[in-house]
Ligand binder design. Sequence first.
Ligand SMILES: [Zn+2]
Length: 115
Amino acid sequence: MSAPTNGWPYATVLVDGEITVDEDGENQTCECGNDSQTENWCHATSDGRLSWMTDGSSDPSEFAVCPVCGRVYPNAALFAAQGNTAAAIARYDTLDPAFIKDLTQYNHDAYGDPL
Ligand SMILES: [Zn+2]
């Protein structure tokens, strides 16, 4: 449960806050209020890049990213946090053009949004 070896792929801002995972692990609520039922979560690879996966990820070395506030949570921490909370380990700057570009591509791949 650590940052990618080569650093985060997007600009980051000071990180705080945590995620709350419900008892059955189905819903996860970000510090900012986003949860699995509202804006949902973005999957990121083990190098921290946003990457759409049809079936989601069960790889503990990968990450869940909140598309609303940019907070990054390690999958390993989420799996361990059922009925509990886990701290964000990074927070992407949601105004970083590289982040916006990859998020746009992600939403296109995931939901068919226009590029
Ligand atoms: Zn959030």
